[in-house]
Design a protein. Structure first.
Length: 311
């Protein structure tokens, strides 16, 4: 992708910053971020001539004016915490659903070429039809998951009603450098790493036999760019297609860090799902393949970033 005008909501965050860094040298990038969880130092060159930063909430902007001359929109800004959504569902709806509908309306008014939406595997809930296919009926078990499922429906409706092109990417458990260790969203890997590096006792919620399908943030950034350039309108799982228990994951992290620390088990949190495993056959629609043999190498890269960040 070159010489395009791109808007990234949540562009200073974990995933959004990776997308921005990948595209900034060859495109004009506008980032909207309220800095709730994003950090300016996640951008490789925050003074880049191609970067415009708007520090604000989506609901606090005239989005129709903001999107003037924009070609592509990557929409990542959202409340991403399941526990917080359970605690405050109204705020979750406003930040996730209302903001998205406002953004979609502005996209239509500005004749945007395509919007790529960051959804979540949380929409599947406790569906046991593994591996999970995009055709499954959503079974959200938290307001956060319900908000993502609602946004997917709005995307489809805006495509049918106004011809707005879109791809909704259902991320499974994303990990990698720049992940917020304090975020409750898919945060098990940074929590393990930071607990060990800080000589604290790592925590597992539940018995640790719940399974997750992990995917590296670099692959997720690539999925977004591929989706924007594809002609596919619809939903795509973004995952490795493999699953691992939290207990197994901890043993790998512990071994990688050469640590000997016992884990502490706490009760399962409301809204957390038990098992997650993606059918990834739809990724071919956006020309995406993921090399699953790189998991431990990616884990080392993640650990090295957290080591440096702690300094």
């Amino acid at each position: 992708m070159k010489d395009r005008n791109i808007l990234i909501t949540g562009g200073l965050g974990f995933i959004g910053s990776h997308i921005a860094n990948s595209l900034m040298d060859d495109n004009s990038i506008t980032i909207i971020d309220n800095l709730t969880s994003g950090r300016l130092d996640y951008i490789d060159n925050p003074n880049h001539d191609n970067l415009t930063l708007i520090q604000n909430d989506l609901n606090g902007l005239d989005l129709t004016a903001t999107l003037k001359d924009i070609d592509y929109v990557f929409h990542l800004a959202a409340m991403v915490s399941v526990p917080l959504s359970v605690e405050n569902p109204i705020r979750c709806h406003e930040e996730n659903v209302t903001a998205t509908v406002n953004l979609l309306n502005a996209c239509v008014k500005n004749d945007i070429e395509k919007i790529v939406f960051s959804s979540s595997s949380a929409v599947y809930g406790e569906n046991t039809n593994m591996p999970l296919k995009e055709s499954e009926i959503p079974m959200p078990s938290s307001p956060y998951a319900a908000s993502k499922a609602s946004c997917e429906l709005y995307l489809k409706s805006f495509h049918e009603s106004y011809g707005l092109n879109y791809t909704a990417l259902r991320y499974f458990n994303v990990f990698g450098p720049k992940q917020d260790k304090n975020s409750p969203y898919a945060a098990v890997i940074p929590n393990f790493i930071n607990a060990i590096l800080e000589n604290r006792e790592p925590v597992i919620y539940g018995d640790g036999e719940q399974t997750r399908d992990f995917v590296y943030v670099g692959d997720v950034a690539r999925a977004n760019i591929n989706a924007a350039e594809s002609d596919y309108n619809g939903i795509v799982n973004v995952a490795s297609g493999k699953r691992i228990t939290i207990n197994e994951l901890y043993e790998i992290v512990k071994k990688t860090l050469n640590a000997d620390v016992d884990v502490r088990y706490l009760p399962k949190r409301p809204g957390d799902i038990e098992h997650s495993h993606a059918d990834i056959s739809n990724m071919k629609r956006i020309n995406l393949e993921i090399d699953t043999t790189d998991f431990e190498k990616q884990l080392v890269e993640t650990i090295n970033w957290f080591r440096q960040d702690l300094k």
